[in-house]
Structure formats: C-alpha cells, structure tokens
Write a protein that binds this ligand. Structure first.
Ligand code: ZN
Length: 225
C-alpha cells in the first residue's frame, strides 16, 4: 500500500458530480460509470490494498463503512478502488485503517518478502509508527496476502505468486543497472523509477528493497517522491 494522490482531474470532478446527483435519489448508487472511471484513473488500475493489477473483479471500497449513512456512502474522499478479495476481507472488520490518499503508508510500515531458494518465503509487515491505525493496517495486510479461510488462502497464494514474479523482474532491472554502460544506465533508470511509482504493482515492496539496500542503490532512494 502506497500513497495515491486524490487530484481534482476532469474525471474526478465528473465522478463527484455523479455522486451528488445519486445522493438525491431514494435508491441512488455510487457504482456509476463516472465513479468507476475516476477510481480506475486515480488508482492506476490497481487495488489499493494488495497492490495487484491482475484483477478480474473490481469493487468500490468505502474506507469508512457507510452503513447506509448517505454522507459516507456518497463522499468521493471515502471511495477507494479494491479487488473483490481485499474488499471482502476488509469489510467492517478492519476499521479504521490508514488513509493512503493522505498518508505515505510505506513510510509507516515496512513491507518485506523474506526467504529465498530453499528457505520458506514469508511476507512481513512491520509497523514503524506505533498507533492503532498502523497496527490495524498491518493486520489487514497479513490477512489479504495469506487469507484465513480455505478460499481466501488460495486467493492469497495467487496474489503472492504475482508479487514474487514482479519482485524478481524488478530485481533483474536493478542488477542489470549496477553493471550497465552509461547509456544503458539512463534507460534502466527511467524503467526502475517507473517500477517504484505509485501506480506500479507492489510498489511498497519494491521501495523497501531499495531502502533496505540504500548504500548500494543510492541513485533510487526517494526517486518516487
Ligand atoms: Zn486487492
């Protein structure tokens, strides 16, 4: 989970107009085309919780569950883009959590994949800031990547496989960068910077690979800012 800017783009303004209109109706919905388009644009077609882009079922997630409260239901600031797996797990169970449109989540939580060939893989979510919101967010992340029912465990495995593939691709770019010629270095710098940007899949884990090896990868420290 990384910070996503909630900007007033044309699409976002259209979404807010659509929400205002729906709010006046007796059976209004926040699931309009304008809202879906704006969320896809803002979140870069990525689930804000698990950071996967390989999603077949998108849902509009309310950061604070609305429980039919119209202000919460139709508030643009309360709407997030999540995959069905994460939305189902979060539900009312994990409230409140960090608001990734206001907070640099990966500065409050360390995201790590430990283990390698021959050593079991494990994902770690280590709170750096110790407060209720951060702790709750870590608990949600653990459940999202591992699941707590047989079905959710299968889904969690699938997301972890994507994460593994993404990270090994990313590591290859970084390894290549270390021994590349100046011209090739410039090209790879652009690629790696893109991989670390907020709309890249599993960006939080990629940024922590850089942070944990800051002495070796100084060129990339905070290049996502
Ligand atoms: Zn997800």
């Amino acid at each position: 989970m990384v910070k996503i800017e909630r900007e007033d783009t044309e699409t976002a303004i259209a979404a807010q107009q659509s929400l205002a209109e729906e709010k006046t109706k007796s059976s209004g919905t926040c699931n309009t085309t304008a809202v879906n388009d704006a969320l896809q644009e803002m979140f870069g077609e990525k689930c804000y919780i698990c950071e996967s882009k390989q999603v077949s079922s998108w849902q509009i997630e309310h950061l604070i569950p609305h429980k039919e409260d119209k202000d919460l239901k139709f508030s643009w600031d309360n709407l997030f883009l999540a995959c069905a797996h994460c939305n189902n797990i979060k539900g009312d169970k994990y409230t409140p959590i960090l608001d990734c449109t206001k907070v640099d989540v990966d500065e409050q939580i360390a995201f790590r994949k430990v283990g390698y060939f021959g050593v079991p893989e494990k994902l770690e979510f280590v709170p750096i800031v110790h407060d209720e919101l951060t702790e709750h967010t870590c608990e949600l992340l653990r459940e999202v990547y591992y699941g707590d029912t047989p079905q959710k465990k299968v889904e969690g495995n699938f997301i972890r496989k994507q994460l593994r593939d993404e990270l090994s691709r990313f590591k290859n770019y970084v390894r290549e960068y270390a021994c590349a010629s100046d011209r090739k270095k410039q090209e790879l710098y652009v690629t790696i910077k893109k991989e670390l940007s907020s709309n890249s899949p599993f960006a939080a884990f990629k940024r922590w690979l850089i942070r944990d090896h800051a002495d070796m990868f100084r060129d990339f420290m905070n290049c996502w800012k």
